[in-house]
Design a protein around this ligand. Structure first.
Ligand SMILES: Cc1cc2nc3c(=O)[nH]c(=O)nc-3n(C[C@H](O)[C@H](O)[C@H](O)COP(=O)(O)O)c2cc1C
Length: 299
């Protein structure tokens, strides 16, 4: 409640300030009261163990600095990044900075670390594959899974039909590199692809990811308040089209414990939070965990 009041006031100063407030609140909450998720919420997905199906979405912890604060909040995983090869002001400090931070985190990781990888804004389409591969190679040892981010709103966007050829090149190269890196290092790393339903043609993008048989699909989308039912229907449609071939991680518009129950009941295997944490504060994952365990959703 107190957090919500603060965040409403701070939101008048703009999104970066609200996120900074959320980061401070996370660090404080993590020190105060560890909230281990009930063991009934544990899930095995992509060959990894998730203590809770509730994770932190990409974009929040860009470089992995927040990792040690996240398990005490009851979060079951985090997606660090999106990571890009070279630093870009106001976006990311680049892959070498992320390597420096993640390499300091001791294993075994209490919660899986996904790393979302992307490309620099000024990368020519012919070189986009190299951006993804550079991030994969440098971070292979430190991630538990990878998520391929198809692009940014104000930069190159592989969701779009005009980039369909490049998208296929990226997906092909990522899978080949996964095989090579697993052979060279002896480390297996599952890979997900993130599709934003508000960009490009979701049906053909989902079909494309399915064709390449990635380990999971992250389905994201902006959800207006009051349009939650519509988002659920979209999720159900995609899950039906996948016919059990790939688990789905749902993200976008999960603001309350009931939203979380609805997504998991619709068939999502895991869920991720971004705006919900910014708006409601760091105790949201714990509230979701208790609601989920009382509802005994999936297992
Ligand atoms: C400020 C901001 C930065 C984001 N950065 C990334 C990013 O780097 N990579 C990514 O895959 N998604 C990014 N996202 C998208 C979120 O991961 C998530 O998919 C989206 O915000 C929908 O979830 P929400 O409704 O809970 O906010 C970002 C979102 C926001 C608001």
């Amino acid at each position: 409640m107190i957090y919500k009041c603060f965040s409403t006031i701070v939101s008048n100063f703009g999104a970066p300030h609200v996120r900074r407030l959320a980061v401070k609140a996370i660090r404080i909450a993590a020190l105060m009261t560890p909230a281990e998720p009930p063991s009934s919420l544990r899930r095995e997905v992509m060959g990894l163990t998730f203590p809770s199906p509730v994770g932190l979405a990409a974009g929040f912890d860009k470089h992995g600095e927040l990792y040690s604060s996240l398990p005490p909040l009851g979060l079951g995983f985090v997606e660090v990044g999106s990571v890009i090869p070279r630093p870009e002001p106001q976006r990311s400090q680049g892959v070498d900075e992320v390597v420096a931070i993640l390499s300091q985190i001791p294993r075994p990781h209490p919660i899986p670390i996904g790393v979302s990888i992307s490309m620099n804004r000024n990368t020519h389409p012919d070189q986009m594959v190299d951006d993804y591969l550079a991030c994969l190679e440098k971070l292979w040892k430190y991630a538990d899974y990878f998520a391929i981010n198809l692009g940014v709103r104000t930069g190159p966007d592989l969701h779009m039909e005009e980039h369909a050829g490049t998208l296929r090149k990226v997906l092909t190269a990522a899978k080949a590199s996964r095989t090579d890196l697993a052979r060279i290092t002896g480390l297996r790393r599952p890979m997900a692809v993130k599709i934003d339903c508000n960009r490009g043609d979701t049906t053909s993008l989902v079909a494309c990811v399915q064709e390449y048989a990635f380990d999971s699909l992250i389905l994201s989308g902006y959800v207006e308040r009051g349009k939650e039912r519509h988002a659920l229907e979209g999720l159900e449609q995609v899950i039906k089209s996948l016919d059990g071939q790939m688990p789905v991680i749902s993200v976008g518009g999960i603001r309350t414990p009931q939203d979380a129950v609805d997504r998991l009941s619709a068939g999502a295997t895991l869920i991720q939070l971004y705006s919900g944490i910014v708006e409601s504060g760091p105790l949201l994952p714990r509230r979701i965990n208790s609601h989920l365990s009382s509802q005994l959703v999936g297992s």
